[in-house]
Each structure stands twice: as C-alpha cells, then as structure tokens.
Design a protein around this ligand. Structure first.
Ligand SMILES: [Zn+2]
Length: 164
C-alpha cells in the first residue's frame, strides 16, 4: 500500500531533551532534525533516519519551511506538547511561524462610519490608484484633474448612496 505521508516540519530539539523516535522497533532517542509527519490523519515524530527509511523519497519538503523555523528552540513545555498532542503542537507552530494573512489590512472600510470628508478623500485616492494602475495615467497632472474629480464624485455617490 502506498504511504500517504506528509512531512509537516523538521525541528531541532536541545540534546538534553531528546525524545523517543516513534518508529516501530526503533527505540532511539532523537533530537537532531526531528521529523513530524502526518499519516492518514495521525501524527508521528521520527528521527531523520527512520523517516528516511519509512518514507524514502515520498516525503516532500516540510509543509512549514525550514527557513521559517530558524532559531526556534522548543521549550520543555513545547516538547511535552509535541509528544502528547502532536496535532496541537503543529497547529501552534503554524500559527507562530506562518506569515499572518494580510486580510486585516485589506478589510473593506466601513463607509457609513466615515464622514463626508473622509469618504471624499478615500474616493479620491481610490480613483487616483485606478488611474495609475489601470489607465496608466498620472492623476496628479493638472490635465486630468477634472476627470479624476468627476470619477471620485461618482464613486462617492455610489458608496454613500448604498447606506441611505
Ligand atoms: Zn527511529
């Protein structure tokens, strides 16, 4: 049967906190390049040698890239969690080391809470952006001012209109 295994991350554990490789019949304590693997929904922690023996080349690069974990040294508490609740350990690592989503900064502004002046400014910036990116025009050139302003006004109406 084909092994469906995913390498989630590879971590380095302080030597004084070695853990037991979970491969069948291995019994070795490991700390260098400890491989955390998910296999059919279950989580396992193996030493590098065993991971190599069991999965061979089917194991791809870790899901959480090595570069991101650089300098990470798991505490005793982390290691306890790694052993007792590997799933949670992995999800904590993911939270800690995966880049935060940028959705916060892209959140749609609440137009109804903006004052007219704020919304006008927002519309003007929006339109200017569009000129630069889509029309490839410099909105700050005096020649375009009329166009920019009328587009901004139209946008303002549209956005304001929605809430009333
Ligand atoms: Zn082993």
């Amino acid at each position: 049967m084909e092994q469906q295994a995913e390498l989630l991350l590879v971590i380095e554990i302080p030597e004084s906190k070695k853990i037991l490789c979970q491969a069948d019949g291995c019994g070795h304590s490991v700390y260098r390049r400890v491989h955390v693997v998910r296999e059919s929904g279950k989580y396992f922690v193996y030493g590098e040698d065993c991971a190599g023996k069991i999965f061979g080349k089917s194991l791809k690069k870790p899901l959480i890239p090595q570069e991101r974990l650089n300098g990470y040294i798991p505490s005793s508490k982390d290691i306890e969690q790694l052993l007792n609740n590997t799933r949670e350990f992995v999800s904590n690592i993911e939270k800690q080391f995966t880049k935060p989503e940028i959705e916060d900064s892209l959140e749609t502004p609440n137009f109804s809470k903006m004052s007219d002046a704020e919304l006008q400014k927002f519309c003007l910036n929006q339109v200017k952006d569009e000129f630069r990116k889509e029309k490839k025009l410099d909105p700050d050139l005096p020649g375009w001012a009329g166009w920019v302003n009328s587009d901004a006004k139209a946008l303002f109406k549209k956005l304001r209109g929605d809430s009333s």
